[in-house]
Design a binder for this molecule. Structure first.
Ligand SMILES: *[C@@H]1O[C@H](CO)[C@@H](O)[C@H](O)[C@H]1NC(C)=O
Length: 511
C-alpha cells in the first residue's frame, strides 16, 4: 500500500514537471522529507523518563514549537524500558501537529544485549507515525545512549523495516561495520574516563570527533554540542553521582567547531536533562523531579537556546560563522552562583552513604571542581561593533566587541552582575541579572549549575509548582522553600571600584 502511494506520487510529479507546471506544495514537502543522510539536521536530546506526568500530546506542544523556532529538526526521544509507549505516542503526535520530527533514542543504561526484540518492536510501533524522522530515501532514523554489545542485525530484523541506525556505540568497544552512522555523546572535555581532565590527561570533544570519523570512514557522524555539565545527586536517590566537566565557553566554541567540521548531524545534549545541568530548554517544560530541582530551581538556560539559533542556521547553510543569521542583537551571559572554593561540607547532601556502583559518586565538592574557573562568560551577538561592559560585584570590565558573534570571560566577584552594550558613548541596552553571585551555600549544597541570562532579558522562566519541585527538599540539611525565588526586580549594582579591559576568548577551547 505504502509503495503504491509513493509510486503514484512519483508519476504525478514527473508528469507535472515535464509539462512545466509548478509542483504542488504538498509534493514539495514529500520530496523534502526524503532526506539523504547528508542533510545537515539538528536534533535535541529529550529525556522522556522525566515527562511521565504528561497527559496528552498537547503537553508536548510548547517544547515542539520552541525547538522548531530555534531551528531543530527533530527531538531524539531518550527512553528507558519503563513502558515508554504512552509518552512516545504523545510526543510523536505533538511533533506531527507542530511540523517537527521525532525518533527514538534507546537509553541503554536500561536496554541491554538480549533486549533486541523489544527494541525492534518499539521501532516498528512508531516507524509509520507521520512525525518519524526518515533519512536516506525513507529509512527510519534510530539512535541510542550507549548500547555497545547490542546485536545490530537482530535489531534490524526485529524492527521489520529499513532502519538508519546511528547509536552511541564507542570506538574500541563495538564494531562500526553494521552501523549506518554513530553518535558521539561526549560533548565535554574529559580525562577519557568520563570525568574531568586530570593529571595531564585531556581528551577534547574535537579528539572524539576525529576518532569517530576515522572509524566511520565516511558513514554518517552525529556530533554532540553541549553547554555545561554538573550533577550533584547524593544518597537521597539510588543513582548517586557528583561531578562536573569544565564547560566555560564550550557551547560557543563547540558551535564554531561544528560550523568548520560540517558533520552529517548535530545533537544538542540536551533539551531537558536538569539532573546533569545541560538543558537548553525551559525550566517550565512540564516534568517530574528526580531530585534535580535542588540545582535547577532559579537557573534558567534559555539564553543558550538563543545563542544556538544563529549557529544552527549557519550550520544548515554551510556557513563558517553565524554572523549573517543574527536577527536580533543580544548579549548572552552565564556563571556559577558561588565561588568554587566555597565550603558547604557541613550542609551538603553528598556526605554519607550513596550508591557508588558506577564509580560516579563523590563526597562534597563535585569531582573535577578544580578544573573550573570563577568567571563570568559572555557571548555577544551583534550586527555592528559595540562595547560590552560587565559590572561583576563592583569590578567593571569593558570588551570591544566586533560585529557578529564573539566571546569573552572575566573573573567574577560576589555580588550583583550587570551587563550593557554601548555605542558611541551611549547605552544601547542593559540589564542586571536577577541572580547575584553569593558567598553562601544555596540550599546548603554545592550548586555548580550555571545561571544563564540575556540582554535584553527574555520572558521569566520558572520550574512549575507541584511535580517539578516535588523533591527539592529531599535530603536537604537546611531549610529551603521549594518555590521559584528569583526577585521581581534586579538587585542594586555596586558602583565600580576597579576597571579593566578584556580581550576576546579563543574560538577554540583553551584546554
Ligand atoms: C566512588 O568510586 C570512585 C571510583 O572507584 C572513587 O574514586 C570514589 O572515591 C568513590 N566515592 C566514594 C564516596 O567512595
Amino acid at each position: 500500500m505504502h509503495g503504491l502511494v509513493h509510486f503514484l506520487l512519483f508519476c504525478t510529479i514527473t508528469a507535472s514537471s515535464s509539462l512545466g507546471y509548478v509542483i504542488p506544495y504538498s509534493h514539495n514537502r514529500e520530496l523534502a522529507s526524503r532526506q539523504t543522510a547528508d542533510s545537515k539536521l539538528v536534533f535535541a536530546h529529550f529525556i522522556v523518563g522525566i515527562t511521565g506526568n504528561r497527559a496528552s500530546a498537547a503537553d508536548y506542544d510548547d517544547d515542539m514549537k520552541r525547538a522548531k523556532a530555534i531551528g531543530f529538526d527533530a527531538f531524539a526521544l531518550n527512553i528507558g524500558n519503563d513502558k515508554p509507549e504512552v509518552q512516545l505516542g504523545f510526543a510523536y503526535d505533538s511533533a506531527a501537529a507542530n511540523g517537527m520530527k521525532a525518533f527514538i533514542s534507546f537509553d541503554c543504561s536500561f536496554f541491554k544485549p538480549g533486549d533486541e526484540a523489544a527494541i525492534g518492536a518499539l521501532i516498528a510501533q512508531f516507524a509509520s507515525k507521520p512525525a518519524q524522522l526518515k533519512v536516506a530515501g525513507g529509512k527510519t532514523f534510530v539512535s541510542s545512549f550507549i548500547g555497545d554489545g547490542l546485536n545490530v542485525n537482530a535489531i534490524r530484523a526485529a524492527s521489520g523495516g529499513d532502519i538508519f541506525f546511528v547509536p552511541n556505540f564507542h570506538p574500541g568497544q563495538s564494531d562500526f561495520t553494521p552501523l549506518d552512522g554513530a553518535f558521539n555523546f561526549q560533548g565535554w572535555p574529559s580525562n577519557g574516563l568520563n570525568k574531568a581532565p586530570s593529571g595531564g590527561k585531556l581528551v577534547t570533544v574535537d579528539d572524539g570527533d576525529k576518532q569517530f570519523q576515522s572509524l566511520l570512514a565516511g558513514k554518517s557522524y552525529m556530533a554532540p554540542v553541549s553547554p555545561w555539565f554538573s550533577t550533584h545527586f547524593g544518597g537521597e536517590v539510588p543513582f548517586s553521582k557528583n561531578w562536573v566537566f569544565p564547560s566555560e565557553l564550550l557551547i560557543y566554541q563547540r558551535w564554531l567547531e561544528i560550523l568548520a567540521l560540517k558533520p552529517n548531524f548535530a545533537e544538542i545534549v540536551t533539551w531537558n536533562d536538569y539532573g546533569e545541568s545541560h538543558y537548553i530548554g525551559p525550566l517550565a517544560s512540564k516534568h517530574t523531579d528526580d531530585g534535580a530541582s535542588k540545582w535547577a530551581n532559579d537557573m534558567p538556560h534559555n539564553g543558550w537556546s538563543d545563542l544556538s539559533k544563529p549557529f544552527i542556521a549557519a550550520y544548515k547553510a554551510g556557513e563558517s560563522t553565524p554572523d549573517k543569521f543574527i536577527d536580533e542583537e543580544k548579549i548572552v551571559y552565564w556563571y556559577r552562583i558561588t565561588p568554587k572554593g566555597i565550603d558547604c561540607d557541613s550542609t551538603d547532601t553528598t556526605f554519607g552513604p550513596g550508591n557508588n556502583a558506577t564509580g560516579d559518586f563523590f563526597n562534597g565538592r563535585p569531582n573535577g571542581f578544580d578544573t573550573l574557573s570563577d568567571n563570568v562568560f559572555v557571548v555577544s551577538l551583534l550586527k555592528a561593533p559595540g562595547t560590552v561592559t560587565v559590572n561583576s560585584g563592583g569590578t567593571l570590565y569593558t570588551f570591544d566587541a566586533p560585529a557578529g558573534a564573539s566571546a569573552f570571560s572575566a573573573p567574577f566577584k560576589v555580588g550583583a552582575q550587570a551587563f550593557a552594550l554601548n555605542r558611541d558613548g551611549k547605552e544601547v541596552m542593559a540589564a542586571t541579572s536577577l541572580k547575584s553571585i553569593q558567598d553562601t551555600c544555596p540550599c546548603g549544597i554545592y550548586n555548580f549549575n550555571a545561571y544563564v541570562g540575556t540582554v535584553p532579558e527574555g520572558p521569566r522562566d520558572t520550574l512549575q509548582p507541584g511535580d517539578a519541585l516535588a523533591n527539592l527538599k529531599t535530603g536537604l540539611k537546611v531549610a529551603c522553600d521549594a518555590v521559584p525565588s528569583l526577585p521581581a526586580t534586579p538587585p542594586p549594582t555596586a558602583a565600580p571600584t576597579a576597571t579593566s579591559t578584556v580581550t576576546a576568548a579563543p574560538t577554540l577551547p583553551p584546554i
